[in-house]
Design a protein around this ligand. Structure first.
Ligand code: 13P
Length: 285
């Protein structure tokens, strides 16, 4: 099975009632481990790439890694370009990516709509699907970003926005935020239900780290399809490396450290996959 288009992955998840995590990766190891876990679980995953990570993981090397490692597992593996501010940022990736996010969520509504529509008009003829964001998912470091409903997605506007832009999936704000949360998130499930009823494209939850497991699972059960995770993987990886060194794995140098950190970090990935799979499906083993 292997490499698959992200939109197809999300449509399948929507039809079968599970959530697909997208892990933003920083290096060969994190990309390969995400794909290995997907293979072991027999469930699809998306590998996310952020253009700002290029100094750590060359984008072409990242795409080749994902496609090669994907060819070794049965589970469908997607490759998605996360948060971009404009088409200029997207363009260099289009040779290797078929799924991108345009993030105009900080702009006034009409400007977000116009930007998203223009990106969709360029990308669709090339077979590239586009995720957009309406409402604004801010920073977990800001109480206002988490708790002020003014930042949340308006269900009526969501319907109008999706119809007017032609975007393929929609990231929404319901009390989720990027990075570590200063206060425990308390997601607005009523609003999720209203947005879910208002649009039929797959819905995306950004800021998937630090959300209590039961809230994460409930989002999947309510029809949300894609869950972006970076901080929990990034910090989990560091903790695993520290633990490996503390246990003396560095006596074998980086080889010892990476082999020890691998299993620990894979469990972080596996945990997220399992809480998004309430029916314990293993569709691609
Ligand atoms: P976290 O770092 O909070 O997991 O958010 C990731 C994200 O939403 C990337 O788009």
């Amino acid at each position: 099975m292997a490499y698959a288009n992200c939109l197809q992955i999300l449509k399948d998840a929507q039809a079968k009632g599970y959530g697909v995590p997208m892990f933003n990766v920083l290096d060969y190891e994190s990309a390969a481990w995400v794909i290995e876990v997907a293979g072991e679980e027999g469930m699809p995953v998306e590998v996310g790439f952020f253009h700002g990570f290029a100094p750590s993981f060359d984008p072409i090397a990242a795409a080749l890694t994902v496609k090669e490692m994907a060819s070794r597992v049965k589970a469908p593996i997607g490759l998605h370009l996360d948060h971009t501010p404009d088409y200029k940022t997207i363009a260099p990736f289009l040779k290797n990516w078929d799924s991108v996010m345009i993030d105009g969520s900080s702009l006034p509504y009409e400007e977000n709509l116009a930007l998203t529509k223009s990106v969709v008009e360029i990308c669709h003829p090339m077979g590239v699907s586009v995720e957009a964001e309406l409402g604004h998912v801010g920073s977990g470091a800001s109480l206002d970003d988490i708790q002020n409903p003014d930042h949340y997605t308006d269900p009526k506007k969501a319907a109008e926005f999706v119809a007017a832009t032609g975007c393929d999936s929609l990231a929404i704000a319901i009390g989720n935020a990027h990075g570590q949360y200063v206060a425990a998130p308390n997601l607005d499930f009523g609003r999720l239900a209203e947005v879910r009823a208002a649009v039929d494209v797959p819905l995306v939850l950004h800021g998937g780290s630090g959300i209590p497991d039961e809230q994460f699972s409930k989002c999947a059960a309510m029809g949300m399809s894609k869950f972006n995770v970076f901080t929990d993987l990034n910090m989990g990886y560091v903790e695993a490396v520290k633990k490996a060194i503390a246990a003396g794995a560095d006596k074998r140098g980086m080889l010892g450290v990476m082999l020890a950190a691998k299993e620990e970090t894979k469990e972080v990935i596996r945990h997220k996959m399992r809480i998004l799979n309430p029916n314990d499906l293993h569709l691609y083993r």
